[in-house]
Design a binder for this molecule. Sequence first.
Ligand SMILES: *[C@@H]1O[C@H](CO)[C@@H](O)[C@H](O)[C@H]1NC(C)=O
Ligand SMILES: *[C@@H]1O[C@H](CO)[C@@H](O)[C@H](O)[C@H]1NC(C)=O
Ligand SMILES: *[C@@H]1O[C@H](CO)[C@@H](O)[C@H](O)[C@H]1NC(C)=O
Length: 254
Amino acid sequence: MKASLFFLVAAAFCLSAVRGESHPLTDIPAPLEGVQTVFWLPEYPEKQFPAGSLVEAVVGVHNNANNPLNVTAIIGSLNNAQAFHQFYQNFSYQPQQAVVRPGEEASLSYYFMPDESFPPREFQVALTVFYNTPAGSFASTFFNETIDIVEVPPLIDVQGIFLLAALLALLAAAVYGAKSGLEWYGILKPKKASRKSEVKKRTVAAGEENEWLKGTNFNQGVKKAPKSKAPVKAAPEVTPLAPEPTPVVAKKTK
Ligand SMILES: *[C@@H]1O[C@H](CO)[C@@H](O)[C@H](O)[C@H]1NC(C)=O
Ligand SMILES: *[C@@H]1O[C@H](CO)[C@@H](O)[C@H](O)[C@H]1NC(C)=O
Ligand SMILES: *[C@@H]1O[C@H](CO)[C@@H](O)[C@H](O)[C@H]1NC(C)=O
């Protein structure tokens, strides 16, 4: 299902490539000698992007040429890792306005979002910064590497929960062991009777408090949390988990 959607998208791109007008990535100008670039992927340094997530790429442009550079735009694409000429997705053309004088450098952010229909596997992503000087138009491809599209990580980390449960069990065992040891040596006196009545009282109190919640499934199996500082809310806030809207960030570093 996902794979077929993916091929549809790919086919659509190929079709428009046949018909389309000149795309900025069709004839990329050469880089200007003396211009060096570096890049960072602040959030995904491992180059593993969940499909459908917004990725920020930062390019550092260092101008060792003799003329000031006018950085005009950044654009990129996602391609077949084995056959670069196959374009699966062209990322948005993002205009830039930065002048980098000789000897200076600037860092600029570019945001792209690999389509959520892509299956988890290897692709190639190429990102190119375009700039002008009085001598003409130039471009530097600052990123052109194999990346991994990965599955969106699950909201609940099952492994983590098991690990936490195991740790808690260990801790409980240790506490119980220590307590038994102390009792054995007579340092701590077991006080079973008093504890039982106390627990009884407490559950009664909690039951009364939660009387108004009957009929909802809010308090099923929920014990009163003794340490919670937040006031008990009047209505259970059980909204269905909506995906967070992806922020479209328009940040630009100059
Ligand atoms: C994507 O970019 C390539 C390379 O410039 C171009 O051939 C193709 O037409 C573009 N596709 C779309 C859908 O704009
Ligand atoms: C670069 O930008 C400056 C100011 O924005 C402008 O005056 C100049 O003509 C531009 N140069 C080129 C080559 O685009
Ligand atoms: C990216 O690298 C591939 C080789 O892996 C090359 O064919 C392609 O032209 C490069 N793309 C750009 C935009 O430089």
